[in-house]
Design a protein around this ligand. Structure first.
Ligand code: A2H
Length: 253
């Protein structure tokens, strides 16, 4: 972990009822997969959510109405940031494995896709964020490669019980132009660097380094309410809008 605290935006990805059997005890509540992001301005381009199949998660009461599915570690941190029903104490309604979360139907704020699905990503770290990641393959090399892996490898889909219709209809959506990399920067950089899979750690680190700073300094929004504005300008506006409308909360660690 860095010396500076990192402030994330937690995107509330709502589980659309009816809930599957392993989540039935939560039925009737507002239940969200809460995804930690540093790029709230990219939420238009969400194609799916990522969970770690072997990760441990829980359904935690955030207030009288909302339940977040996140790691225990994140729930404890949130409890000390005034985001728990009982002050400074996470209350877990249900323990879950990442496997239990694959294939949930979700509605996520700003996403052009009305319904998206939770899918397995093998490189999620359990000691960062909430252990839940939203996927924006146009602008995140990790997301682009993990989605490519699922699309191109039927054996990987079947290993995790992933149905074709949770993956195959979802195309990469151009949302930000970066002069050097075009309208789908993650795809361009992954192809240029000849990245083979989500496990190609060193090359992915280089791809992220190349796109991350440039996206912020040189990017222009192609879509949404702030279309035509620089990412630098749009980012805080979109962040604040997500927070004010109750579609997201902030989280530091
Ligand atoms: B970002 P940093 Cl479009 N394990 O959100 C692995 N990755 C995680 C994670 C975890 N436990 N928690 C969050 N993340 C991802 C969007 C995005 C992100 C775009 C482009 C780049 C990007 C959509 N995914 O991050 O190590 C989340 O993905 C590039 C760094 O704290 C989060 O933001 O700097 C980012 O990593 C946080 O990474």
């Amino acid at each position: 972990e860095g010396v500076q605290p990192q402030e994330y935006v937690l995107i509330k990805m709502e589980i659309i009822p009816p809930f599957p059997s392993q989540l039935k005890v939560l039925e009737g509540r507002k239940v969200y997969l809460a995804a930690a992001t540093l790029r709230p301005e990219t939420m238009y381009g969400q194609t799916n959510c990522w969970v770690l199949p072997n990760g441990k998660y829980g359904a935690y009461e955030i207030n009288e109405t909302d339940v977040f599915i996140i790691t225990q570690r994140a729930a404890l941190n949130l409890a000390y940031q005034k985001l728990s029903r009982v002050p400074e104490k996470p209350t877990c309604l249900l323990e879950l494995a990442g496997h239990d979360l694959i294939g949930l139907s979700l509605k996520s704020p700003l996403a052009f896709n009305e319904t998206i699905y939770s899918l397995p990503m093998l490189t999620i770290l359990t000691d960062k964020g909430t252990g839940i990641v939203t996927s924006v393959p146009s602008d995140s090399p990790d997301d682009y490669m993990a989605l490519q892996d699922l699309k191109s490898k039927p054996a990987l889909r079947s290993k995790f019980g992933v149905k074709d219709e949770w993956v195959m209809p979802f195309q990469v959506i151009p949302i930000i132009n970066i002069p050097e990399f075009g309208d789908i920067s993650a795809e361009k950089v992954c192809i240029d660097l000849k990245i083979k899979s989500q496990n190609d750690k060193d090359k992915l680190a280089e791809a992220k380094r190349l796109t991350y700073l440039k996206g912020f300094t040189d990017g222009t929004m192609l879509v949404g309410e702030f279309k035509g504005k620089k990412v630098q300008e749009a980012k805080p506006l979109i962040r604040n809008k997500l927070l004010e409308t109750g579609h997201a909360v902030t989280y530091s660690e």
